[in-house]
Design a protein around this ligand. Structure first.
Ligand SMILES: C[S@@+](CC[C@H](N)C(=O)[O-])C[C@H]1O[C@@H](n2cnc3c(N)ncnc32)[C@H](O)[C@@H]1O
Length: 202
């Protein structure tokens, strides 16, 4: 997905040596919601090619950690604080593999997961919902009380119900469309803070 269309953010990413233009999205969300702090332990789902990880690693510093999971390999990130895992979020073994690498709980989790599109609308929507639901379950089982979850969602049928679900488990849930997200894209981000660790998804 990196550098696939040559807009202003693409050129800026190239100029500044970033892995992906997506970096500017998490930077903007962080500046607006003041998310990351030194020493935090962060889980990222759908992390390749590592643009967000690079940003988060700088924010959490050497005393923190970032575990990035993706179907694809992510290379050349500073370790510590970065670790990577090649895994499919839909694989039932993935949770155990995360726990083997980094002992939960995490202070926060971020997801920029974007399912591979088949072009068949019903299939794509079903895949997208399956990925979101699985991501939420994985995160909620591993998040500290009071922790945060930021995730990409595609505007459509799934958005409203997913937003309501998050509201059952987090004190505050806000929708945000970073400037670096293309206006033509239906992607939008949900920023959920203040996790209530005593509840589970319904
Ligand atoms: C938009 S990209 C992430 C960009 C990343 N945040 C960055 O800044 O470099 C979305 C990623 O989701 C990953 N992905 C899609 N389906 C997945 C799945 N089932 N399990 C794991 N990762 C998946 C893709 O491989 C892709 O790398």
């Amino acid at each position: 997905m990196a550098f696939n269309r040559q807009d202003g953010y693409y050129r800026q990413a190239k100029r500044e040596g970033k892995r992906s233009r997506a970096t500017y999205k998490i930077e903007e969300l962080d500046q607006r919601f003041r998310i990351f702090k030194k020493g935090q332990k962060i889980l990222e789902l759908g992390a390749a090619p590592g643009g967000w990880m690079e940003y988060i690693a700088k924010r959490v510093g050497g005393s923190g950690s970032v575990l990035g999971l993706d179907l694809q390999t992510i290379t050349d990130l500073p370790s510590p604080p970065c670790q990577t895992l090649i895994a499919d979020i839909l694989d039932p073994e993935t949770g155990a593999r995360i726990d083997n690498l980094v002992t939960p709980p995490f202070d926060g989790a971020v997801s920029d997961l974007a399912p591979n599109l088949t072009g068949i609308k019903a299939t794509d929507q079903a895949n997208s919902i399956a990925i979101l639901e699985t991501a939420l379950n994985l995160v909620m089982d591993r998040l500290v009380d009071g922790g945060f979850f930021i995730c990409k969602v595609f505007q459509g049928n799934e958005l409203k119900s997913f937003q309501l679900k998050l509201k059952c488990h987090f004190a505050k849930v806000t929708l945000a469309k970073p400037k670096a997200s293309r206006k033509t894209s239906t992607e939008i981000y949900l920023v959920a803070t203040g996790y209530d660790g005593n509840t589970k998804p319904q």
